[in-house]
Design a binder for this molecule. Structure first.
Ligand code: PEP
Ligand code: MN
Length: 346
């Protein structure tokens, strides 16, 4: 941390700032310039910069190191790869996760899993417990939904990602899913973050609609500080003054997260835009910007979907998007899985 004193700061004010920092465990490096005295504070406890800014004689406080440590790129400069079965997140391949917003029936999940798997998706998504804005909306199928996801994923050789809403559900999720999703609305549910920090299954954290990049990485830090280092962070659109689409996909967060952190970065163009016609261009932009994985909603009958039908791609649109993404991935030195050939007829 660097503390710049006011030009008019008295020696007493400088000493009192130094005393406070020393009490907090910092080593102080003082430099007295022609105009300003500058204090470099190294080590010490994590403190709120504003506690220093309000002291008499302080002009500004600049934080140099990040408040998150385990999630920071410095902790693992080469980047983290999360390997689940034969799927690697954070490697050269951009991993596609696709499926309905919510599990509605066994047939629905089976039929969507079949088409997304055929076109290269490695992970089946779907909510069994839904965080709905209204208490009157469909709340999800619960455990039965998780079972359908597992069966469909096993049949088509996929992984399962699904959202866990509270700590008491964790044992159930461990039984059925490969990746536990923490939803945007729960990104700062610190109890839940701590609890998934104690398990050894990968966690996908969605950025809150009003969360800064730093807050998102601090959510990852909560999980990691409990011992679980298999964390991915997901940009899924934030709330801005723009109201045309459901949210604003912060594409720039992708390279920023990649620079600040070693964790794999996921982009979700479905919740970001809320409209299926805007999903492909934003998915393409996300791959071009360096996303390690995409999370995309696909539905076989979106007009009758129980949740998020308008933003769900039809199977044909998913196929077309995958073809386009393969070209874009190649241009940025990445790859996207090819279609799985149909089994030869006997
Ligand atoms: C979801 O992925 O189903 C979901 C609810 O997303 P978010 O938490 O980003 O709104
Ligand atoms: Mn959804």
């Amino acid at each position: 941390m660097v503390i710049v004193m006011e030009e008019t700061a008295s020696e007493e004010q400088v000493s009192s700032v130094i005393d406070k920092l020393v009490r907090l465990g910092f080593d102080i490096h003082r430099s007295t310039g022609v105009r300003h005295t500058v204090l470099g504070a190294v080590g010490g406890r994590i403190i709120d910069a504003r506690d220093l800014e309000v002291l008499d004689g302080v002009k500004e406080v600049l934080r140099i190191s990040s408040p998150y440590k385990l999630a920071s790129r410095t902790f693992k400069p080469e980047g983290t790869q999360i390997k689940i079965k034969d799927v690697v997140f954070g490697g050269r391949e951009v991993i596609m996760m696709a499926g309905p917003c919510t599990v509605e029936s066994r047939d629905q999940v089976m039929s969507i899993a079949e088409v997304v798997a055929r076109h290269g998706a490695k992970v089946l998504r779907g909510g069994a417990f839904k965080p709905r804005t209204s208490p009157y909306s469909f709340q999800g199928m619960g455990e039965e939904g998780l079972k359908h996801l597992r069966q469909a994923a096993d049949r088509f050789d996929m992984l399962v990602v699904s959202e866990v809403m509270e700590p008491s559900q964790i044992p159930l999720f461990i039984r059925y899913v490969d990746i536990l999703q923490i939803g945007a609305r729960n990104m700062q549910n610190f109890n839940l973050l701590r609890e998934v920090g104690r398990i050894n299954k990968p966690v996908l954290i969605k950025r809150g609609a009003s969360a800064t990049i730093e807050e998102t990485l601090l959510a990852a830090e909560y999980v990691m500080s409990g011992g679980n280092h298999e964390v991915m962070v997901c940009e899924r659109g934030i709330r801005t003054f723009e109201t045309y689409l459901r949210n604003t996909l912060d594409i720039s967060a992708i390279p920023v997260l990649k620079k600040l952190s070693h964790l794999p970065v996921v982009a979700d163009p479905s919740h970001a835009t809320g409209r299926r016609d805007k999903v492909p261009p934003m998915a393409q932009a996300s791959v071009a910007a360096g996303a390690d994985a995409l999370l995309i909603e696909v539905h076989n009958d979106p007009e009758n979907a129980l949740c998020d039908g308008a933003q769900s791609l039809l199977p044909d649109q998913f196929e077309a998007l995958m073809r386009r993404l393969r070209l874009i991935a190649e241009a940025v030195d990445r790859s996207v899985a090819a279609d799985v050939p149909e089994p030869a007829e006997r």
